[in-house]
Design a protein around this ligand. Sequence first.
Ligand code: PDD
Length: 298
Amino acid sequence: MAPARRCGGLEMARVVYVNGQYQPWDYARVHAEDRGFQFGDAVYEVCEVRNGHLIDETRHMDRLERSLGELGIPLPMSRGAWKRVMRETIRRNRVTDGMVYLQVSRGARPRDFIFSDAIDMMPTVVCLSRPVNRAKRDAAAQGIAVKSMPDIRWGRCDIKTVMLLASSLAKEAAKAEGGKEAWLVDEKGFVTEGASSNAWIIDKDGRLVTRPTNNEILRGVTRTTLIDLLKKEGLELVERAFTIEEAKKAREAFVTSAGAIVTPVIKIDETPVGNGAPGITASRLRELFHTVAECAAK
Ligand code: PDD
């Protein structure tokens, strides 16, 4: 078994599943003419692992199947096979708390924009798992700063594709200005979502506000599960768009994702949110989140 390594402050996977084989990280390869590599023609999922259990596995698999369906990529394996691959990847990487990443591309073939005549193309499947960086996770509970950036992504952000360059550049620009996340803003001045999370505010009357889902944002699994929690807690949800100016004046703000769970936002651009400390409601929702999320058998 390869020893655990770190790269750029991240724990690394030791073993990666690629097309039916578990390979040491250094040797894990896909083809140079994979359409995921040449066209971004691939979808992915990130699922939290907590105490060795997959969190919200069913919703993540539902969304993976939807993303594949929207792009007309055939399902590469059954749910039962996915379950086995994910659990085996977690086991081989000795992950107790961390994440599992799945990626499916349309497959490899000589480069061509047209793919419909390649009937024998097999999807490329990758699964990896790595531990969480505990220091980063604990720091996130103390709240993060976000920076607003124009949303320059494509028109199908509801599909979880690997075309993440705009998001990556936005996050990099946010980081250069001291932010941990970018809040993407549409042409009308409304926040769509974070570069890799959904965006939320809590208004003066205690209502939780987040943008309704359509083709402009990803329907986050954490967002969906949090809505279950809000119902249980009797908190009011309003699905509508909000501006950066409104968010700066909000009582609280936070982001949700499989990695961030519920992470308070304490600063937007240069303006502190509320009193500049993690909000009471966001912190409480972060603590309660796993009481409603699905916790799959190992
Ligand atoms: N990102 N919006 C975007 C654009 C995202 O990339 C993500 C997740 C979310 C939240 O989705 P979920 O709650 O299902 O994680 C919303 C993942 C974690 C990533 O790319 O690493």
